[in-house]
Write a protein that binds this ligand. Structure first.
Ligand code: G3H
Ligand code: 13P
Ligand code: NA
Ligand code: ZN
Length: 310
């Protein structure tokens, strides 16, 4: 059934696991993710970015998710990823989403509270939940490019006021993750600031925390891409061990997009590079889809711990 994240997060918080939030852009991605979650009886968040709505169109994406709900008997929340203004949040709330993110993290603290509060008021009246963000992740997303110098960890001192003044339902924080395939410089040890997460949890106990930029950038898929005509040198992600630790904590939602992109691209490249005569799109898309299913199943069982929780 199509649900909000409220009950998912309550159960994840007390159960010491996290829900995977996977970005969707086309039918094969929706199918790969939902088949894995359906077979493993895992609750799921499917998230749509502004870029996804531009690429595939709002109606197609919501109808694909409706189809997935008919085919798979699990709770699924349909979420707007990184809404950057009131209008896109409103369009998704009016257009059947059960959850939206208003990302005011590039505004001042005061403006972030104002814009988030406005979205929350509109959403809650309509039974939709809202994710806010404090702190800036490095990396590229849609039109926003945050350099490593401009990135900043969430200030634990701000979270209590932000949550109480906005009435948001969950909070995305910055503790060292970043968007995309190049999260750490080669030769540098990946660091996540679990001390900041602990401090935040002390200020807002029981409150669901969201981790963006949480792909692990499987070196297996990077290698396949490299060996089949691609170029992804120095792609590095978040070690799975750190994500397992996060999933057991107050973190209730873990966002994954890059790992799906790598899985799909590795599959498609492998087929096309090895079989130059293939031109039936089904021949390569089905391998991309199958890789997405594999990667999501792996996350659910080995990283998130959400299997059997549907
Ligand atoms: O956080 C960004 C997500 O990976 C979505 O990326 O804006 O290119 O669709 P996108
Ligand atoms: P990755 O780029 O690490 O997959 O992060 C995705 C994300 O945070 C979507 O909001
Ligand atoms: Na958790
Ligand atoms: Zn994100």
């Amino acid at each position: 059934a199509l649900v909000t994240t409220t009950e998912m997060f309550e159960k994840a918080y007390t159960g010491g696991y996290a829900i995977g939030a996977f970005n969707v852009n086309n039918m094969e991605i929706v199918q790969g993710i939902t088949e894995a979650a359906g077979e493993l009886r895992s609750p799921l968040i499917l998230q749509v970015s502004a870029g996804a709505r531009k690429y595939a169109n709002h109606t197609y994406l919501t109808k694909l998710v409706e189809a997935a709900l008919i085919e798979n008997d699990i709770p699924i929340a349909l979420h707007l990823d990184h809404g950057d203004d009131f209008e896109i949040c409103k369009a998704c709330i009016d257009g059947g989403f059960t959850s939206v993110m208003i990302d005011g993290s590039n505004h001042s603290f005061k403006e972030n509270i104002e814009i988030t509060r406005r979205v929350v008021d509109y959403a809650h009246e309509r039974g939709v939940v809202v994710e806010g963000e404090l702190g800036k992740l490095a990396g590229v997303e849609d039109d926003v490019n945050v350099s490593a110098e401009d990135a900043s960890y969430t200030h634990p001192d701000e979270v209590e006021e932000f949550v109480s003044r906005t009435n948001v339902d969950s909070l995305a924080i910055a503790i060292g993750t970043s968007h995309g395939a190049y999260k750490f410089k080669p030769g540098h040890n990946p660091v996540l600031r679990f001390d900041i997460l602990d401090e935040i949890t002390k200020r807002i106990p029981e409150f669901p925390i969201v981790l963006h930029g949480a792909s692990s950038v499987s070196q297996e898929y990077v290698k396949i891409i490299q060996e089949n005509g691609g170029n992804l040198s120095d792609a590095i992600g978040i070690p799975e061990e750190m994500l397992r630790r996060a999933a057991k904590s107050a973190v209730c939602k873990i966002n994954i997009d890059t790992d799906l992109r790598l899985a799909m691209t590795a599959g498609i490249r492998q087929v096309l590079f090895k079989n130059p005569a293939i031109f039936d799109p089904r021949e390569y898309l089905k391998v991309g889809r199958s890789n997405i299913k594999d990667v999501v199943a792996h996350k659910i069982v080995n990283v998130l711990g959400s299997d059997g929780k549907a």
